[in-house]
Design a protein around this ligand. Structure first.
Ligand code: NAP
Length: 509
């Protein structure tokens, strides 16, 4: 094997790659953890099969060399095919966004289907990343569900290794972004009793190292390990350390009132993370999540990062615009396997188009299109977009503050505020699907049409009638009368906003 690239997370892992063991399946690869694990396995020479629910062409570029298979763990049918010929399977499936009512039962169902299919296909090893917590005390539904999934997977004949982690700190992790935005946005913290609960956060790079390490360490097979970083801290201390790191003076005042539902809702209003997730995560705050055993440190003897060090690395990744995966990569429930624009029976009920001829070249125009949203805003009437996002957040939708993974690059599946990239053709087309609460389905498509000779830098082309063309098309498929009323209510704003939006995109190109 060639020497490992030091930019990889596992370059200094004490275990040795064992690609000869056979094919590895990674589920949840479009998610936060799975998306970081796949490149590490590929770099270590493993033959990797990636299981996704909704295929996208872009995955072949994202994971060159990996085999892509389509299956849904909630449907037993495709699972056997996904697990055929697999030696070890990572189970990183998570349905947090389904909301409390559904996620517990769905998670057990998915794990049960997976275990049965793995047994039938003779899989030797399942590796699962679950959560820390003491099963003997009352746990939040989220933590309890993680325990039940571990039990369900381990119930069968396939040796199951369970890694149990508390909150994961890394660029793009939901917990990290909640803490970061709270500290950046709030000058005063009213601290309830549960903020004194202890937690052992772990850096995302250490989680990935343990996930790879247990695959490569035969003694780890079939066992359960607690994994954590160097520090055990209260949530209050974690906020304080982050504030200190950012050089922000924050006031912490005791608060007798401690309704977690209300705190999590308020947290969702000042952070990019929607209420469905803040609630699940914050309900777990009342349970102490600290490693009870250090066994993993003997099997994989490397020094995990401390909390402050993990924060510094995450902040620096953000500053360098090198966030590889983000919590928002996983689809929210209302849009799970959402219908794509090309799947809508034609013609789409309502459309409106705005076009601008331009002398600018196609790559510059497209680069400019790809910078919309996130920190840069929507170039025109930003406050209107923000207002729409705020209304959505109040209605428990995803809102517009999710931002984006990277401010300069986009790939299929990325989130841009309350949109998601459905399709993208470099220098030609960007198609966004709306994920805000709507009485219908909506898309926004930007097209850069190259006219003959309109390729290069601004020249005399336009004088020859050969300018390029930048356009934006809004598509809307209403649901019921409310949907139709919504379209007509928005129409006057469309003309103003979209017209000026493409002008601004062109100006910045
Ligand atoms: N992130 C953390 O802070 C953290 C902390 C402790 C433990 N963990 C554990 O780490 C594991 C992975 O978490 P994560 O944060 O990476 O999750 P995530 O970002 O929410 O990703 C979840 C993944 O599960 C897939 N999925 C959901 N339902 C599925 C189904 N029915 N069939 C097939 N795939 C399905 C999603 O695919 P789609 O793209 O198709 O939706 C997505 O790839 C979880 O077990 C979690 O408990 C995470």
């Amino acid at each position: 094997m060639p020497p490992l690239d030091v930019s990889l997370l596992c370059y200094d892992l004490p275990s040795r790659p064992r690609p000869e063991m056979g094919r590895i399946l990674v589920t949840g690869a479009t998610g936060y953890i799975g998306g970081r694990l796949v490149p590490e396995l590929l770099a270590r020479g493993y033959r990797v099969r990636v299981m996704v629910r909704a295929p996208a062409e872009e995955y072949c570029n994202r994971w060159p060399g990996a085999e892509i298979v389509v299956a849904d763990a909630l449907k037993a049918d495709g699972l056997r095919e996904a697990l055929q010929g697999i030696h070890a399977a990572y189970y990183l499936i998570h349905s947090l966004l389904l909301g409390q009512e559904e996620f517990e039962s769905k998670e057990i169902q998915a794990a049960g289907n997976f275990r049965t299919a793995a047994e039938k296909e003779g899989v030797a090893h399942i590796i699962y990343l679950g959560a820390l917590g003491d099963i003997r005390v009352p746990l939040s539904p989220h933590l309890r569900s993680r325990m039940h999934v571990a039990e369900e997977l381990g119930r069968g004949r396939v040796a199951t290794t369970v890694l149990r982690a508390a909150i994961i700190i890394g660029s793009g992790s939901a917990s990290y972004e909640i803490i970061e935005h709270l500290v950046r946005n709030l000058p005063v913290f009213f601290v309830p009793r549960w903020a004194q609960t202890r937690c052992q956060p772990i850096a995302v790079r250490d989680v990935i190292k343990y996930l790879v390490g247990v695959l490569e360490t035969p003694e780890a097979c079939g066992r359960s390990f607690d994994i954590g970083g160097r520090d055990v801290l209260t949530y209050r201390q974690m906020l304080g350390i982050f504030a200190d790191l950012l050089g922000k003076k924050r006031l912490f005042l005791p608060c007798p009132f401690c309704h977690i539902g209300l705190f999590s809702y308020l947290a969702s209003l000042v952070t990019p993370v929607p209420a469905a997730i803040t609630r699940c995560l914050m309900e777990g705050i009342t349970s102490e999540v600290v490693c009870q055993s250090q066994d993993i440190r003997h099997l994989l003897p490397f020094q995990p990062l401390g909390y402050r060090e993990a924060l510094v690395r995450a902040l620096s990744r953000e500053e360098q615009d090198r966030v590889h995966t983000r919590w928002s990569d996983a689809y929210p429930p209302a849009h799970e396997l959402a219908m794509k624009l090309h799947e809508i029976p034609k013609p789409v009920r309502y459309t409106s188009s705005y076009t601008l001829p331009t002398e600018k070249d196609a790559p510059s125009l497209f680069r400019s299109v790809c910078r919309i949203g996130g920190k840069e805003g929507w170039f025109y009437s930003n406050w209107l977009w923000r207002l729409r996002g705020m209304i959505d957040r109040i209605l428990l939708g995803v809102g517009s503050s999710r931002g984006r993974r990277s401010s300069s690059s986009l790939r299929a599946g990325d989130v841009i505020d309350f949109w998601r990239v459905e399709d993208l053709r470099p220098d030609a087309m960007l198609l966004l699907r709306a994920e805000m609460k709507l009485p219908g389905m909506a898309w926004l498509q930007f097209n850069v049409d190259r006219k003959e000779g309109g390729q290069g830098p601004p020249t005399h082309n336009s004088a020859l009638g050969t300018a390029n063309q930048l356009s934006v098309n809004a598509y809307y498929q209403p649901s019921g009368l409310l949907g139709k009323l919504y379209w007509y209510a928005c129409l006057p704003f469309h003309s103003l906003i979209f017209h000026n939006l493409i002008k601004q995109i062109e100006k910045r190109a």
